[in-house]
Each structure stands twice: as C-alpha cells, then as structure tokens.
Design a protein around this ligand. Structure first.
Ligand SMILES: Cc1cc2nc3c(=O)[nH]c(=O)nc-3n(C[C@H](O)[C@H](O)[C@H](O)COP(=O)(O)OP(=O)(O)OC[C@H]3O[C@@H](n4cnc5c(N)ncnc54)[C@H](O)[C@@H]3O)c2cc1C
Length: 498
C-alpha cells in the first residue's frame, strides 16, 4: 500500500469535498491564544507519515461496506478509510491527513445521524476495531477500546455484575454516545454516560503537521476531559480508549407495556411526564409513540416485578395495556431487547429536544396529530425521562453536557426505505423530511434545548441549545488543543480567536 503524493491528493480532494475545507488551507491557528505548554500549537515539523492499520480504498472490494453508515440516507465517498488496529495507526493517520491537506473524519459505531463521521474525498479514521477491555473489578474501573459498541460494553461489564450508563441501541458506538453525553435506562440511576467517564486516551494534533497520543483524566488535561464529556465528538481529537467508573448492578426488572391505538395518548403522556421523572431514581423509562400504538419501556435497577409495576401504576392504570415484565442480568436483558439492524428502515431523520416543563394539552395534541400522519409505522415520537435522578449532579471535574434540569428528552423520528435497496425510500424522502421539520417546529414553544448526539441541522443558536453557557469555554479548549482547527465538520466547535 503506497500513499498518494500531496499533489495527487490535492487534485483528488479539489471537487466536492463536502462542506469541509482542507485543514492546511484553513489553518493560521489562533495566535495569542495559547495556554499551550505541550506543543499543540508549536511549529514543530514531523517526519512524513505512512498510513498503517487496515486500509480500504475505493478500488477495494469491501469499500462499499466500509463506507456505509447506519443511516443510509447519507452516502459518502471517502478517499481512504483507515481501520486502526492500535493507537499508533491513529497517530499515523492524523499526521498523514495533516501533512497531505486531506479532510478527515473520525468514526466509531457509524450511527452519526447526519452522516458526519464520513466525508467525500477525505480520510475516515475508524476506531471500531479497537476492542480491548480491561476491567478492574475491585476498583470497578473499566478501560475499554474506543471501538466497542454499546452492546459489547454492556455485556463485558455485566459479566462482572457491573454497569455504566449507555444508550439503548446496542449497535451504537460507545465512543459516539459517551462523547456527546449518552443517556439510557440507567441515566436516572447512574448519571449520563459522560458522567461515568473518568479518563481517555486521545490522539491530538501536535506541532505544525503531526499528532500525539495523550492520557486525559482529572489530573492530566482535565479541561479536555471536561470537554470530552458532552462535546467530544469529532471536535478535539480522536479518542482511542475510554475509562469508566462502573457501578455494581446485579439484576434489573424490565417492563414493557403496549396500548393499541392512540386513544389513550393524552392520559398516558400526561401521567407519564408528571410521574416518571419524579419516581424512584432506579427506574428509567421511555415512551415510544407510533402511528397505531403507544409503547412504554421501563428498567428498574435492582428491583422486583412487583416494585416495577407499583412504580409505574399511575401510567399502567390507564386503559388496558398489555404488560410484560422480565427479571434478569442487565447484560441479558439489554441484548434481549435489541432489534436487528436488518429489520430497521434504511433511512432516518430526527430532531432532538429537551424539555424542562410538562407539555400542555396542546403539545400532546400536536404529537397525536403528527403521529397519525406519520410517514411509516416505524416512525415514532420517542421520550426518555430525566427529572429527579443521578444525572442532576455533575461528576467531579464537571461536564460540557449541560441539560441537568431537563424533565425529559424527546425526538420525533422518521424511518423509511429498505436496507440494501438504495432507491427504495426515494418517494418518501421529501415527505419524511417535511414531516420532521413541521413536527419539530410545532413543538418549538414547549422545548428549550437540543442534544448534540442527535444534531438539528439549520437550528438557530444551536451552540446554546447543545451546550448552554459552556460554548465559550469549549472554544477556548479547542484553541488550546486544536488551534489549527484540524477537526472540523458541519457543526464542529471552532477555536476561540482571542
Ligand atoms: C438507532 C439509534 C439509537 C440511539 N439511541 C440513543 C440513546 O438511547 N441514547 C443516546 O444518548 N443516544 C442515542 N443515539 C444517538 C447516538 O448517541 C449518536 O448517534 C452517536 O453519536 C453515535 O455514535 P457512533 O460512534 O455510533 O457514530 P459515529 O458515526 O461513528 O460517530 C458519531 C460522531 O462521533 C464522532 N466520534 C466517533 N468516535 C469518535 C472517537 N473515538 N473520538 C472522537 N470522536 C468520535 C464522529 O466523528 C461523529 O461526529 C442513538 C442513535 C441511533 C442511530
């Protein structure tokens, strides 16, 4: 495998490089803003780098598979994909990208909801094959490779009766979820995934054209740890390993309730939003409203079936839901409720919203109206209870994730098209896109924040919506560790300029 010359690369990247300018052409850095004692913004030059690891280029038979993300709405044609096998492969890839002025993206679980972990004519640095796990059961500290997906992480910890918060879908990358915040059934019990993150290995830009791996924790580059806890996705560096403080978790009660039709929606939603966020913090719940049914999911940590039913009684007493409860090890329960990716629609579009006050009747009517008109049965309005729980407290060192006072999180999501059949959803695409835009617009009066892991394109003041008052600090940290703005994409954090 030989590397392309700089001249050829510039030619190759000249057309259609997405919205990304070539890093070298943009640089210029941020003079005068350098709390830099480690050389991130120095002019040191590095020897020419060579790509290492498992390398996939357009002419390779596995290129199509290697390029495809979870959301097939977005198709990109990268110049090269590097599947890192060790940290040094990431160092080499980042150095190579800088030395050759090639646009770059970082990728782990491929679930970026706007396709931003891939780029036309650029390099994708993929960490998904970094799968190490090292669990100190006495200290309950787990150091894992950045390539684990959530199912692999939950399973590895559950084998030791341990847990850290993750999102609900097993195939989502642990890195992507944690670095943007990460919530799921255990959020009210254990905090956000990023609250459980106590350290990381990160490959950062170094000098004029190089890269370097550093360890980040509460005592080393603690400002960067703060930034990685909620704003770390593709903004500062490439995370190659994550260290979590885990908690004991032996078993859970998992409850699922189904109401046919939407006739009970007002009562179910209103009762849920007034009870689930305030109930026992061991209980995490989600509502999923479809065109023709309402689903309620609950996970009660270290609880019994009777307790789960009792805590959810206010909601379960509405209408005649079908209710099932399972008890078991968290790893078994978690793997048991996964939906195989092949069974999911190919294309998806979401809009994220945090809410601090209960939705009034009018807002619930908006949900009902749009769901009755949903572009497919898989399309849904999803919620996750926050409220009184562990996530209200920041961990030591703080986090860039700001939504500590949320009552609940919600998102309309449209899913359509068949996987592996690229044109199958084309007729529905404009309808689904318009549905999401109008649905989220109709809820605007009732929401007050957004989730960076479910990015909202074209949203005014998105920085405040994602990070509250934390954006200025993020820009300063960016200027310190990535002064040349090597890591940039459609909604990346720009470096502070003074
Ligand atoms: C089906 C589905 C269900 C979801 N459910 C939940 C949920 O329950 N809770 C929740 O909190 N979120 C949920 N999400 C959102 C999810 O957290 C984000 O989509 C997440 O960013 C995906 O991470 P990834 O690694 O899979 O994706 P990727 O596409 O690989 O990456 C996503 C972003 O993270 C960056 N990134 C990835 N790896 C690294 C790394 N090692 N270092 C630096 N940057 C990196 C990428 O550059 C990109 O910007 C869900 C998403 C989907 C598609």
């Amino acid at each position: 495998m030989h590397d392309l010359s700089r001249r050829k690369l510039l030619k190759a990247t000249a057309v259609g490089a997405g919205a990304v300018a070539l890093p070298g052409l943009l640089s210029g850095g941020t003079p005068g803003f350098a709390a830099d004692t480690a050389g991130w913004s120095s002019s040191e030059k590095h020897p020419p780098a060579r790509l290492t690891g498992r390398i996939v280029r357009p002419q390779d038979p596995d290129y199509a598979d290697a390029s495809l993300g979870w959301d097939e709405l977005f198709v990109r044609y990268p110049l090269v994909i590097v599947f890192a096998q060790e940290t040094q492969d990431v160092v080499n890839a980042l150095t190579w990208a800088r030395q050759n002025d090639v646009a770059l993206r970082v990728r782990s679980g491929r679930h970026s909801l706007e396709g931003w972990s891939n780029v036309d004519n650029g390099i994708v640095i993929d960490v998904s094959e970094l799968k190490s796990t090292d669990i100190d059961t006495a200290a309950r500290v787990a150091r894992v490779g950045a390539g684990l997906n959530q199912l692999e992480a939950v399973t590895a910890l559950a084998e030791h009766d341990l847990a850290a918060t993750t999102g609900t879908e097993g195939s989502v990358g642990l890195s992507g979820a944690t670095l943007g915040g990460g919530f799921g059934f255990l959020t009210r019990y254990l905090g956000m995934a990023c609250d459980n993150l106590i350290g990381a290995e990160v490959v950062l830009p170094h000098g004029a054209d190089g890269a370097k791996a550093v360890e980040v924790d509460l005592h080393h580059h603690s400002d960067l740890l703060w930034a990685l806890r909620g704003a770390g996705n593709g903004n500062f560096g490439i995370v190659t390993s994550l260290t979590y403080q885990a908690a004991p978790l032996r078993s859970v009660a998992y409850l699922q309730a189904t109401w046919e039709g939407l006739d009970d929606l007002h009562a179910v939603f209103d009762t849920w939003q007034r009870s689930a966020p305030f109930t026992d913090p061991r209980l995490g719940t989600q509502l999923e409203i479809h065109k023709s049914e309402i689903l309620l999911f609950g996970v009660l940590a270290e609880g019994s079936e009777a307790e789960a039913r009792h805590l959810l009684e206010p909601v379960l007493s509405i209408g005649s839901p079908q209710v099932t409860v399972q008890l078991g090890n968290w790893g078994d329960i978690y793997s048991g409720f996964q939906v195989p990716i092949e069974d999911e629609p190919a294309n998806w579009k979401f809009f994220s919203q945090f809410t601090n006050e209960p939705f009034p009747k009018k807002a619930i009517s908006v949900i009902r109206g749009f769901m009755e008109d949903a572009p497919s049965e898989e399309s849904n309005f999803f919620t996750q209870a926050f409220g009184r729980g562990a996530q209200t407290n920041e961990p030591q060192g703080g986090t860039a994730f700001p939504h500590r006072r949320a009552l609940f999180y919600s998102e309309p999501g449209a899913g359509w098209g068949t996987r592996g059949e690229p044109d199958s959803g084309d007729a529905v695409t404009p309808i689904a896109q318009a549905w999401i835009a109008e649905f989220s617009q109709a809820l605007r009066p009732y929401v007050n924040g957004a989730y960076v892991n479910v990015p909202n394109i074209g949203m005014a003041e998105r920085e405040t919506a994602y990070w509250g008052d934390n954006f200025d600090r993020l820009r300063k940290i960016k200027a310190k560790y990535d002064p040349h703005n090597v890591f940039q994409y459609e909604q990346s954090v720009p470096p502070a300029t003074c």
